[in-house]
Design a binder for this molecule. Structure first.
Ligand code: DGL
Length: 264
């Protein structure tokens, strides 16, 4: 049994880390589309083609289930992927619905961080229109953040200045929740925790995604994984340096002890 985990780059490792914690007896194949990361600043048509090509490469290795551990890729291609393949597929979308509900009683607003491409899609627009009756959701594209993350740029001063600059126009007292709507962003959760006022909760969809994966695996009778949490990495371009970077980045994330607040 092999569970595929796909992202444009190292972002999906934050989901893989959660899967390794919750489903340790599965085996995983992690794929990063190194040649084309970042997706979030490219055109929808280009990104769609990159995703289909990458998933085909994973399928050739043999997959029993797939997690599209990328909000951008999910918003562009999840329907098409589900039409193409018969194995179970879990996608991700910014955790707008649960956070709007969580915030209803506080009277505070929700701020969603995501890539420009995710925020431009009709899927995101439809999601917000459906659940945000009281118009409490604001969306902030962070076009540079995936590239910083891919460079493993975790310097507190550089990244602190970056976030301060992006948040300069916002009165943070108005907000109760920040949603990390891109799987790269949890790498910055500790820094954001220090920077944001303590009343703001930081929420990502990783734990919720792994719960959905577990539910699907049980429905398909695949819960009793006979694996040992083995992870095989692959990337477009087959760069040994990038393979090494993925290993390191997974270690950095696992050791950063960032406990994600789960969106259900
Ligand atoms: N991790 C991807 C996401 O969740 C980043 C996409 C990108 O490469 O810009 O949206």
């Amino acid at each position: 049994m092999t569970i595929g985990v796909f992202d444009s780059g190292i972002g999906g490792l934050t989901v893989l880390a959660e899967a390794l914690k919750r489903l340790p007896t599965q085996n995983y194949l992690y794929m990063a589309d190194t040649l084309h990361v970042p997706y979030g600043t490219k055109s929808k048509d280009d990104v769609r083609a990159y995703i289909l090509e990458s998933i085909e490469a994973m399928v050739r290795e043999g997959l029993d289930a797939l997690v599209v551990a990328c909000n951008t890729a999910t918003s562009i291609a999840i329907t098409e992927l589900r039409e193409r393949y018969s194995f179970p597929i879990v996608g991700m979308e910014p955790a707008v619905k649960p956070t709007v509900e969580m915030n209803r009683l506080t009277g505070r607003r929700v701020l969603v961080f995501a890539t420009p491409l995710t925020l431009m899609q009709s899927k995101y627009y439809a999601l917000v229109s459906r659940v945000d009756e009281e118009r409490i959701v604001d969306s902030l594209p962070l076009p540079e953040l995936v590239s910083y993350c891919e460079k493993l740029e975790f310097d507190r001063e550089i990244m602190g200045n970056y976030f301060r600059d992006k948040l300069a126009g916002y009165n943070l007292q108005d907000y109760g929740i920040v949603v990390l709507g891109c799987t790269h962003y949890p790498f910055y959760k500790n820094l954001l925790r220090e920077m944001l006022p303590p009343h703001i909760q930081i929420v990502d969809g990783n734990a919720g995604t792994v719960k959905r994966l577990a539910a699907l695996l049980s429905r398909y009778g695949m819960m009793d994984g006979s694996g040992i949490g083995n992870v095989r990495f692959m990337c477009s371009g087959n760069s040994p340096a990038y393979m090494d970077k993925m290993q390191r980045a997974l270690g950095i994330y696992q050791n950063s002890d960032i406990e994600a607040q789960s969106a259900k």
